[in-house]
Design a protein around this ligand. Sequence first.
Ligand SMILES: Cc1ncc(COP(=O)(O)O)c(C=O)c1O
Length: 464
Amino acid sequence: MGLFNLLSANRSENLFLPAHGRGNALPKKIKTLLKLRPGIWDLPELFEIGGPLISEGAIADSQKFSANELGVDRCWYGVNGATGLLQSSLLALARPGQAVLMPRNIHKSCIQACLFGGLIPLLFDVPYLTDRGHANVFDKKWLKRVFKKAKEFEEDIAAVVLVNPTYQGYSADMESLIGEIHSHSLPVLVDEAHGAYLISQIRPDLPKSAISFGADLVVHSLHKSAPGLVQSAVLLSQGDKVDPFKIERSIEFLQTSSPSSLLLASCESAIKELISSKGQKKLKSRIDEAELLRDFLINNEIPLLKNSDPLKIILHTSKYGLSGIEVDKKFIEKRIIGELAEPGTLTFCLGFSSHKRLGKRFVRIWNEILTSFGQQKSCFFKRPPFDIVSKPHKPCSFAWGSNFEKVNLQDAIGRISVEMVCPYPPGIPLLIPGEILDEARVDWLIEQKNFWPEQISDFVRVIS
Ligand SMILES: Cc1ncc(COP(=O)(O)O)c(C=O)c1O
């Protein structure tokens, strides 16, 4: 089927992102706009419209309105996803040669920013859930240990990045983590790509956005965790630790010179949906529905894992010895399309649209899958062999630009990678340019290759 046919067909249960569910949950204003004469809305930065970096015009007014409503000093809409705004944030936070402390489960976009910005990624290990193969969140005690170790590298640390909630919806006590980072007089950037809707604060038992705990910069992917069109995102800033001039020049450096007015309108409407009482009412009913679905699935013995995001359902496939990647293929055959297939789990994103009749169908398909594979023993995953803090052996940009050769993974011991090894999704690098491949890393990568056969190659490119 060609692209156009694929884009117009909709015969599946969409449990993947974007969260608007093939348009079902798009805000009314965007739906109305899209129903007008096709293309009428496709405009450049005309005088009255402006753009994210232009101080006058409709977009400037809209950004001011959103910042005000969200209680932050500034906000910038983005048309290249959380990716573009995370990268701009990093360029604003650190100069070439400075280091940025970030967790091992960082999204690849931040490593790319280190590469082209000449920054040193000081990567710290995070707790690991061996029953499912996920990175977990950590607490202040863990972070204190990280700071202690990071000091030994004697690098000029400019900032810390946190990822919260994680792709699977685990959430940390952000108040204490942000407090700890600020006690070192460092700014913190929070990748809240999966947590935009937390700014609604619709229920006290849900995690709060890092903005409410004083994070200096927060990036939201508005298509992942709000009803925005793909590529819509927003960067929020507050406090005086990061100079807005540096943020703007960094956005300018990375942003297209023709930002789409449709995507910018989508940024505005996605944020309005999160803060308006009508939008919040809809979100609340989606969450209530998601919780009923979760209860139904658990009552029907579906192995679900706990997380802090009611709109994400994690099926624990490795509990029955099954790969989430294989189980995903079976669900796709039955026209249920999940979001994140991993070796031990399959995560479904309910998003902002309704899935009222999903429960029984889900139970039936899972039971068929169990019968077809035959129940096996639970499997467990080995912890990744990461030091508590590590720094690439060579600068990322140097390794990336070096002459290279392609070698078999098992022959790569002692060599330096020029590439990122990174299954997508989730887009979390297992190896970054400049890192040395010691025996433990090679063994672990070979093991990972067996778990992700279509995503990790037998070969790795190393400096020649
Ligand atoms: C944790 C995290 N941060 C950032 C991103 C990038 O988001 P976007 O697709 O909006 O660029 C992703 C995408 O998967 C992500 O999972």
